[in-house]
Ligand binder design. Structure first.
Ligand code: GTR
Length: 416
C-alpha cells in the first residue's frame, strides 16, 4: 500500500454526498508499482509484462466489463463531403461505419473537419452528447435518427434529434481553434453506439447476444466499454484514411464521455494521447475518497454504465484492490491531460488531481514527467508535462479555456 491520504476519519451517511474535505476517510491507496502479490515493479519490462496486464484485466473484469467478442468494421462509406467548410479553412467528411453480426446490424457516423492546408492531420476524437449537428452551425451535418434523451431547450421530444438543435453546442467544440492550429476534429454521436439508458437490449450490445439473451454477463461490457469500443473502431477507420495521421489521434471526452475516453486510451494503445474533461467518479477521480459522486451512487443512477461486477464495490470502496490513478497509469507513457472545474464538486476536482499525481511514478519509469507536486495548482494555472492538469473557474462544462490548454499542450507533447 502506497500511502494514507488525509485527515480525519468521520462516520458518514453513505447516501448523502460528502463535500467536506475533513470528512474524506483515511484510506490505503494501492501502489501502481507493486503487483497484487506484493512484488515491486522496477522496470518497464515488469510493468508491461506483469503489472500492467493484471491491472488492465482487473478493470476489464470488475469495472468496465469485457467486450465479449471481436467485431471488425463490416463496411464503411463516405456519405457526404465538402471542401469549403468553416469559411474555406477546412474540409468536411461524414463517414458511415457499419457492423453486422448474428444477423443484426448497427451503423454510426463520424463527422470530420480537417484543416485544408495539412496533408495528414493529427486529430482530436471525441463523442458528443446531442448529435453531430450540434457541434457546428453547418447545414450539411446529417442529423442522427438514433434515440436521444429528451431535452426541451434543445427541441428534443419523443427521443428524436431535430433541426432545432443545430449548432447548439458550438460553445463546447472550439473547432476553429483546432483547425487554425493544424488539428482536425472527429466526432460521433454516442447514442448511435449505445443509447444512454438502462436497457441493454439495444445498441451495439445486442449484436453480441446469443439467442434470447437480453443483457451482458456480469463481467461483460456496460455502456462505457461499448462507447469506448466505438472509438477504437473509429480508429480502425482512421488507419485507412489518407487524410489523417492515425499515429496522432488524441481521444477526448467530457464527463461520462471523459470516463469513456480514459477507458479507450487504457484499452487501445493506438491512441496517441488522452484528455479527460471533468470525468469524475469512474473516470479520473479516486473512488476511495468518496467525495461527491460515489460508486454506490453512480451504479444506482446509471446501472448500465459499468459491468455488474462493479456493484460489489457499492459502499465498499475499501475492498477495491485498485483505484482510478491506476486507470490513468494504464495510459503511460502516452500524454494524458486531466482537467477539472472549480464548481464541479460532484466530480471531485481534488480526487482527479491526486489521481494524476499518483499515476506519475509509472510515467517516471519511462523517463517521462507527470505531476510531481502533491499541492493542487491554483485555478486557471495549468501544469503541463506528459501528464497535464488544470482546474479552471466555472462549472461542469467544456469551454474555450479548456480547449486552448489542450491545443497548446498537444502541440508540445503530441506533435513534437
Ligand atoms: C452525472 C453523473 C456524472 C457525469 C455526468 C455527465 O449525472 O453523475 O458521473 O458523468 O452526469 O456525464 O454529465
Amino acid at each position: 500500500m502506497l500511502t494514507v491520504i488525509t485527515l480525519y476519519s468521520t462516520a458518514q451517511n453513505e447516501f448523502e454526498p460528502n463535500y467536506d474535505e475533513s470528512k474524506v476517510p483515511v484510506f490505503d491507496l494501492p501502489n501502481p508499482l507493486v503487483t497484487f502479490n506484493g512484488k515491486e515493479v522496477k522496470t518497464i519490462n515488469d510493468w508491461e509484462n506483469e503489472r500492467r496486464p493484471e491491472l488492465l484485466e482487473f478493470f476489464i473484469q470488475n469495472v468496465y466489463g469485457e467486450v465479449p467478442d471481436h467485431l471488425a468494421i463490416t463496411s464503411f462509406k463516405i456519405i457526404e463531403q465538402g471542401e469549403n467548410a468553416l469559411g474555406g479553412k477546412a474540409k468536411r467528411k461524414q463517414i458511415e461505419l457499419s457492423f453486422t453480426k448474428n444477423g443484426e446490424e448497427l451503423s454510426y457516423n463520424i463527422l470530420l473537419y480537417l484543416p485544408i492546408d495539412v496533408e495528414k492531420a493529427p486529430i482530436f476524437l471525441g463523442y458528443n452528447f446531442y448529435g453531430n449537428h450540434t457541434v457546428a452551425d453547418d447545414p450539411n451535418i446529417i442529423i442522427s435518427d438514433a434515440w436521444a434523451r429528451n431535452n426541451e431547450s434543445f427541441g428534443i421530444t419523443n427521443n428524436q434529434l431535430t433541426e432545432q438543435s443545430r449548432g447548439i453546442r458550438t460553445n463546447r467544440w472550439a473547432i476553429e481553434k483546432m483547425i487554425d492550429s493544424g488539428f482536425g476534429l472527429a466526432t460521433i454521436y454516442y447514442g448511435e453506439i449505445d443509447p444512454d439508458k438502462n436497457d441493454m437490449t439495444d445498441g451495439i450490445h445486442s449484436l453480441f447476444y446469443s439467442k434470447g439473451q437480453e443483457k451482458p454477463k456480469s463481467n461483460e461490457w456496460g455502456s462505457i466499454a461499448a462507447w469506448s469500443w466505438g472509438l477504437s473502431r473509429a480508429m480502425d477507420y482512421f488507419e485507412k484514411d489518407a487524410d489523417i495521421d492515425a499515429s496522432k489521434v488524441i481521444v477526448f471526452g467530457h464527463s461520462r464521455l471523459g470516463k469513456t475516453s480514459l477507458w479507450a486510451g487504457a484499452t487501445d494503445q493506438r491512441f496517441a494521447a488522452v484528455i479527460s474533461n471533468n470525468s469524475g467518479c469512474g473516470g479520473a477521480a479516486l473512488s476511495k475518497r468518496k467525495f461527491g459522486e460515489t460508486i454506490w451512487r453512480i451504479n444506482n443512477s446509471f446501472p448500465h454504465w459499468f459491468c455488474d461486477n462493479f456493484k460489489k464495490y457499492n459502499n465498499n470502496e475499501e475492498q477495491l484492490p485498485v483505484d482510478q490513478h491506476e486507470l490513468l497509469a494504464l495510459i503511460a507513457p502516452r500524454p494524458l491531460y486531466v482537467a477539472s472545474a472549480e464548481d464541479d464538486k460532484w466530480a471531485d476536482p481534488r480526487g482527479e488531481f491526486l489521481s494524476a499525481y499518483y499515476a506519475t511514478p509509472v510515467y517516471e519509469l519511462y523517463g517521462k514527467s507527470g505531476i510531481s507536486n502533491s499541492e493542487m495548482p491554483v485555478v486557471n494555472n495549468p501544469t503541463q508535462s506528459s501528464i497535464a492538469y488544470h482546474i479552471r473557474t466555472g462549472e461542469h462544462d467544456v469551454t474555450d479555456y479548456d480547449w486552448e490548454q489542450y491545443i497548446k499542450w498537444a502541440k508540445e507533447y503530441v506533435l513534437k
